[in-house]
Design a protein around this ligand. Structure first.
Ligand code: C2E
Ligand code: MG
Ligand code: MG
Length: 556
């Protein structure tokens, strides 16, 4: 059965059609594959006229169902210009949602075609449901193969990494259906702009990777970049209105910039970052003399893969204590990377890198599981009810499977849900308020609580603070540091405490280093605090020692 997984190829045929099969758009390579000029079956044509007679009814029914029930899959014969039928696996996706069906029709030849790129073997990889494009795992596989060069003829190629500027704003403002529509349209434009032998991959939420097998030099790649750039600048028409997006593109060349696929991908990513920093809406080519900053980043990103295998990551636990009695209520789990020969790398540095190289998923889930396990063990040993606070990065939170991961971590550790708190920042909360609320509700449904980390440093709307099911605000270090001397720190901390009281939220003060700070916090009615004064983050074994020596006391 054809399900979520399809073949490894970009669809041979890609069209956008109405629920009745009226063609709105056909990709040029798709039309060429069947032997037609794009104009011949472009706007206004009938998709069903391209379907073999015996399969027409089935396709018609699938189109109708797609608008109501979502994605459909079936096999059907497609008619070539010369009259021959090609057996194809077809998928139909609803791009618009609701009643005005706007469908994406994608087809893959069964058994291969001449136009299919020769490199990647027919293996099963997930295909992105919105654009019909292959996704990141496929990209890495193709890069790996192209740089091994056993099956492909010699010669280099270009890798482009493209990011849609301003996509997130559209998505937040107009909703997911509109966002999905834009992505599908952007994907279709990319496919239409490139040659059949080029590859387009959806590499991230609003990111695409393009592999151009024949463009190994700057001279060859520049005209393509210009073409893509202008294709993306044409207005996107969404619900009748014109919308302007643009694209930032990072380009890396093989073998000039890197000798292996993973490294090449980093280079393209670094070039993309440079394009964005230079003001977006432009393309930039990787420069190896990109400064120490980016080469350190490259080295760290690369080493992270090995570091995981070598066990260089470790969890540390920092006590969260009552301001009055100084007894511990729980811990915050903080990740550490001990890089041999270089000491510890701060999570403030490596977490953002892990977000961009895809390892956050692995590391974040590990920190969640490790934290739950460790505290469940301590609670059993000490007959206590200590809580654990785990940080979630924006990517982790918005990835879609966070609820399942939390549920699994609780199940396998046996930790009661009420003892787990998840820390997210204001930026994470505000990124997509509707989606955020849905996830938060589900997490609350599990019984876990939510803390807002570094509160006061980001932007969050007070209305949302009230609307979201939150339990705790963590006052950022910077305000605690400013408690003494100049009066502003005190004013801000008092205001946050007042706000929290109104909203029925707990408060933890972060970064408490001095007795005087702790005293002021306790006076102002802040019940919980965390900081070097009360205890530094330590490895689990050291925490156990402190508790057993009576240096750190567990709250009853
Ligand atoms: P955060 O969640 O705000 O963590 C508190 C940071 O303050 C920690 O830095 C902690 O070591 C530090 N700190 C604690 N007490 C004091 C103090 O008295 N004075 C000062 N100056 N600093 C104090 P750390 O461990 O370097 O972590 C930095 C950030 O990295 C964290 O900020 C968190 O956002 C992120 N992070 C750490 N572990 C993880 C993790 O497992 N997953 C994710 N997604 N992010 C993590
Ligand atoms: Mg935190
Ligand atoms: Mg914090």
């Amino acid at each position: 059965m054809v399900g979520e997984r399809l073949t490894d190829r970009l669809a041979d045929f890609l069209a956008r059609v109405s629920g009745a099969g009226e063609v709105h758009f056909v990709s040029a390579p798709g039309a060429a594959w069947l032997g037609y000029a794009t104009d011949a079956i472009g706007r206004g044509g009938d998709l069903l006229a391209l379907v073999a007679m015996e399969d027409r009814e089935a396709v018609r029914a699938a189109l109708r169902r797609a608008g109501k029930q979502g994605r459909q899959a079936l096999n059907a014969g497609l008619l070539r210009a010369d009259g021959a039928a090609v057996a194809a696996t077809c998928r139909i996706l609803d791009l618009a949602g609701g009643d005005r069906a706007e469908l994406l029709f994608a087809a893959w030849a069964i058994g291969g075609t001449e136009s299919a790129p020769s490199f990647p073997a027919a293996r099963e990889f997930p295909v992105d449901g919105i654009t019909g494009l292959p996704t990141r795992p496929w990209l890495l596989e193709v890069l790996e193969r192209l740089t091994r060069r056993e099956d492909a003829p010699g010669g280099g190629f270009a890798l482009m990494h493209l990011d849609l500027d301003g996509f997130q704003k559209v998505n937040d403002a107009l909703g997911h259906a509109a966002g999905d529509h834009l992505l599908a349209e952007a994907a279709a434009r990319l496919v239409a702009t490139l040659r059949a032998t080029d590859m387009v991959i959806r590499s991230g939420s609003d990111e695409f990777a393009l592999i151009l097998p024949d463009a190994a030099s700057l001279d060859a790649v520049a005209p393509v970049a210009r073409k893509i750039h202008s294709a993306m600048q044409r207005p996107f028409i969404l619900a009748g209105s014109h919308l302007h997006l643009s694209a930032s593109i990072g380009i890396a060349l093989y073998p000039e910039h890197a000798g292996d696929g993973r490294q090449l991908f980093r280079c393209a990513d670094i070039a993309l970052t440079a394009a964005k920093h230079a003001g977006r809406n432009r393309w930039s080519v990787y420069r190896s003399e990109g400064g120490e900053e980016s080469s350190r980043r490259l080295v760290l990103e690369e080493q992270m893969y090995d570091a995981i295998q070598n066990g260089e990551f470790e969890m540390h636990y920092q006590p969260i204590c009552r301001t009055g009695s100084r007894e511990m209520e729980g811990f915050e789990a903080l990740m550490r990377w001990h890089r041999p020969g270089h000491g510890a790398v701060s999570p403030a540095e490596f977490i953002p890198l892990a977000e961009s190289n895809g390892l956050i998923d692995y590391l974040g889930n590990w920190s969640l599981r490790a934290g739950c396990h460790q505290v469940a063990r301590w609670n059993a040993t000490w007959n206590a009810h200590l809580r654990i606070s785990v940080n979630l990065s924006p990517t982790q939170f918005h990835q879609g499977d966070i609820v399942a991961k939390v549920r699994e971590a609780l199940r396998e550790s046996g930790l009661p849900a009420r003892l787990l708190s998840l820390e997210i920042t204001e930026g994470t909360l505000m990124r997509d308020p509707d989606a955020t609320q849905a996830v938060l509700n589900e997490l609350r449904g599990l019984g876990v609580s939510i803390s807002v980390d570094d509160f006061g440093t980001g932007y969050s709307s007070l209305a949302y603070l009230k609307r979201f099911p939150l339990s705790c605000l963590k006052i950022d270090h910077s305000f605690v540091r400013d408690l003494e001397g100049d009066a502003n720190g005190l004013v801000i901390v008092s205001a946050i405490l007042g706000l929290a009281r109104e909203l029925g939220l707990q408060v933890v003060a972060e970064g408490v280093e001095r007795e005087s700070q702790l005293g002021m916090l306790a006076d102002k009615g802040c019940d919980l605090a965390q900081g070097y004064l009360l205890g530094r983050p330590l490895a689990a074994a050291e925490v156990t020692e402190r508790v057993e020596r009576g240096e750190w006391r567990v709250a009853a």
